[in-house]
Design a protein around this ligand. Structure first.
Ligand code: GLU
Length: 479
């Protein structure tokens, strides 16, 4: 038998911008496609019309492309064989398939109003029923009863008729065998009365028509899978293979929520702060894969090669911002100069002092920070820390300066610096060595007082670079 071509998809709802969870789903589908020479499809689930927001679709797609998770087919690059790629453009298709299920007796019209359903829910709650199930009062309506409802102005929705005591099982690519009983699932709506399909119905039609072979998605969809499997069964279609990825948790072990403002979650926020797309790609990969040897840095090619859905983690993935910073700084260090200059430019533009500085000098200064910064925007603060000297010292900083040796070190340094014709790395290092020999002091006792005198802070880039940026005159003034 001929092997089917692997086809996977990322199918966001345009209700928000690309965030960490969505990007992770997209990434693992992408890796699957690339590993098995398949296609990665980007399509849109926009049936929740009230929640759609303008620009979300474009940002979802463009942020993915920025990350290097490039779809083979998308809303912007449709394959006519599978188009359209937006659900709201396919309403007649869903209607036709829903009608087919009604005709076969697998689905039925439901004329219940919102109020009636609400009442039904409350009554079940009173009777101690934990999860609501439709009581099937519309299952066997006669033509006359339906006609009567229609005359009242009621418009029906369509519900799937779940078979009784039927096992719905599948082999999850991540967690192994999973099974559900149809009795635990009520007859759910597949087409709303406004003619718009529900997620569980539309997604099956889409995945089938687009010949999707594998679905990797978040754990929150696990309980939807049996509903979808029942629809596949009624149509006699072969379902794709499913894999459900674990939730992403914050360092306190709590599920990451889009409302958690302590953690930046949107890809655009990271781009704006100067995270390299390759670094985020790498980091997202680590949200599902733990290397037995602790390897943390993976190129795209390595990730594709290493990826195996069976090895996707079954315990929650921890969103570790420190790890992300670490990975990002590794990528910044690895950039060649041209790439780095381009990458850092938007941030340099935000430093006033650099506005009057030549392009070459700007590049020279930016290179001083290449091995220091964890993300692009950090250069703004680090540079401003040097240029705009902090006047108010905190207690720890004051303490350094009140040490007896501090004023001696500063005076010596000033004296020696004055005599220098050129304040380059070698000369400055020599001065420090001389002070070391002459005073018998070492390390922090020498560097810290000078650092604080020059910038008002205890950390920062190499001292010879600080002096280079400030210039000899300003340095002497500050000492
Ligand atoms: N639109 C769904 C979501 O954003 C996609 C679910 C699926 O992949 O089936 O969660």
């Amino acid at each position: 038998m001929e092997e089917k071509k692997v086809r996977v998809r990322y199918a966001p709802s345009p209700t928000g911008y690309l965030h960490i969870g969505g990007a992770r789903s997209a990434l693992f589908n992408y890796l699957y496609a690339k590993k098995y020479n398949g296609d990665f499809v980007f399509r849109i689930e926009d049936t929740d019309i009230e929640r759609n927001i303008p620009g979300a679709e474009e940002s979802q797609l463009h942020d993915l492309i920025w990350l290097g998770i490039i779809p083979d087919e998308s809303t912007e690059k449709p394959n006519p064989k599978y188009a359209p790629y937006r659900q709201m453009e396919k309403l007649d298709i869903y209607r036709k398939f829903a009608q087919e299920l009604v005709e076969k007796g697998y689905a039925y019209e439901c004329y219940c109003t919102k109020e009636e359903l609400e009442e039904m829910k409350e009554e079940q709650l009173r009777n101690g029923v934990k999860s609501f199930k439709y009581d099937r009062r519309c299952l066997s309506l006669t033509e006359e009863e339906k006609e009567k409802y229609r005359k009242e102005g009621r418009v029906p929705s369509i519900r799937l008729k779940m078979p009784s005591n039927h096992t719905l099982k599948f082999h999850d690519l991540v967690r192994g065998d999973v099974s559900f009983n149809s009795d635990d699932i009520g007859d759910f709506v597949i087409m709303k009365s406004n003619g718009i399909p529900t997620y569980n119905f539309a997604v099956v039609i889409d995945d089938h028509l687009m010949e999707i072979t594998h679905v990797l998605r978040g754990e929150e969809h696990l309980s939807n899978t049996p509903k979808q499997l029942q629809i596949y069964e009624y149509f006699g279609w072969e379902p794709p293979k499913f894999g459900h990825m674990t939730i992403i948790v914050n360092p306190n072990g709590k599920k990451l929520s889009k409302r958690d403002l302590n953690i930046l979650q949107f890809m655009s926020q990271y781009r704006d702060l100067g995270y390299a797309p390759e670094a985020i790609f790498n980091f997202l990969f680590l949200l599902g894969y733990t290397d037995p040897n602790g390897q943390e840095i993976f190129t795209k090619e390595e990730a594709i090669k290493t990826f195996d859905p069976k090895r996707l983690s079954t315990s929650p993935a921890m969103f570790d911002q420190k790890k992300l910073l670490r990975v990002n700084s590794t990528y910044i260090k690895k950039m060649d100069q041209e790439t780095y200059f381009k990458f850092i430019e938007p941030f340099l533009d935000k430093v006033d002092f650099l506005k009057s500085v030549s392009e070459d000098r700007k590049n020279e200064i930016s290179l001083m920070f290449k091995n220091e910064i964890n993300y692009g925007a950090q250069i703004i603060d680090l540079l401003n820390d040097i240029i705009i000297k902090k006047d108010e010292l905190d207690d720890a900083e004051k303490e350094v300066l009140t040490k007896e040796s501090a004023s001696k070190v500063c005076a010596l340094f000033k004296e020696k610096l004055e005599k220098l014709s050129e304040t380059n790395e070698e000369n400055v290092k020599n001065i420090f060595n001389e002070i070391k020999n002459e005073t018998g002091l070492k390390g922090k006792d020498i560097y810290m007082p000078i650092r604080i005198k020059l910038t008002g802070v205890m950390h920062g880039i190499e001292m010879y670079n600080i002096i280079d940026i400030l210039g000899k005159e300003e340095t002497l003034k500050r000492l």
